[in-house]
Ligand binder design. Structure first.
Ligand code: HH2
Length: 277
């Protein structure tokens, strides 16, 4: 058991931090199309910051199951105006991308954090993060978004995700990225069944033991619908999202990646107050 990290991306981790999601896409699984218009994306980012977001994660490509990739040029054109407009807020900005070209442009425009669902698989991405001094989130995914939910298979999902993230942390260190600049994420819903997702949240402490901050993204995801044995639309998945988020905090998550910042902030405030009482 190692001590918990004190800070990440300039934020003290003495309390849970909320990363608000700004999807500048037509097809994201929950809010696709809602903030595709740049003015709407910018207004949404500002609203999330007012609601208490500690970080804003800006994405220009959906990675939902079955999503088709977009070109790096299109992705860059979607996110850059949003990053430039939100920069003056003073809230740390994250670029949610797996493409070095997009990451590089986003960092130049004012982002300080790379959130990569491929955990910096591309050596160019690792070099970029090392040379720029940016922060990065390494997320686990089995397969590719287009096919990852076809047949997710693990022996021991918690051990395999932990081993993957430990190996990628070591690779990043070998490539010159300071450990203090890295966080890890189990990648809920990325090549995982309901049982895989539940096991990863239940045993998140085993990831936290790696000694870097743990990011958890459960917000509105389909495992909540699967638990209920049907398909409640994403609009009806807030209660399950909040319950899973608090369970993650109990087990060592430091940052929650959420669509609903105000609602999550209230749930976290109550959870903390009870913990202190
Ligand atoms: N989930 C999504 C995207 N990026 N990054 C991290 N670190 N962790 C996650 O759990 C995670 C992520 C999927 O959510 P969203 O961005 O809302 O949907 P889409 O990929 O359809 O745009």
């Amino acid at each position: 058991m190692v001590g918990r990290p004190a800070s990440f991306a300039g934020l003290a981790l003495d309390r849970p931090r909320l990363m608000g999601v700004v999807n500048v896409t037509p097809d994201s699984f929950h809010d696709g199309g809602r903030h595709f218009d740049p003015e709407r994306a910018i207004a949404h980012g500002r609203a999330l910051a007012r609601a208490g977001a500690d970080l804003l994660d800006i994405g220009g490509e959906s990675t939902r199951p079955g999503a088709q990739p977009v070109s790096a040029e299109d992705e860059r054109a979607r996110v850059l105006p949003i990053i430039r407009a939100l920069k003056p807020l003073g809230v740390p900005l994250s670029i949610d991308s797996r493409r070095p070209l997009v990451m590089e442009a986003a960092l130049a425009a004012g982002a300080m954090l790379v959130n990569d669902v491929t955990a910096l698989a591309d050596p160019l991405a690792r070099r970029l993060v090392a040379e720029s001094g940016a922060f990065a989130i390494l997320m686990h995914m089995q397969g590719e978004p287009a096919t990852m939910q076809a047949k997710p298979t693990y022996g021991d999902v918690v051990a395999e995700v932990r081993d993957f993230l430990a190996a990628r942390l070591a690779q990043c260190a070998a490539d010159g990225i300071a450990r203090e600049r890295l966080a890890i994420d189990p990648g809920i819903g990325f090549g995982k069944t309901l049982d895989h997702n539940l096991a990863l949240i239940a045993h998140l402490d085993r990831l936290a033991d790696l000694g870097v901050p743990v990011v958890l993204g459960v917000s509105r995801k389909s495992f909540i619908a699967h638990l209920m044995g049907g398909d409640p639309p994403t609009a009806a998945r807030l209660p399950g999202s909040l319950a899973a988020a608090l369970a993650g905090l109990e087990r060592g998550a430091s940052i929650l990646r959420v669509h609903d910042v105000a609602e999550t902030a209230q749930a976290v405030a109550m959870w903390r107050a009870i913990g202190r009482a």
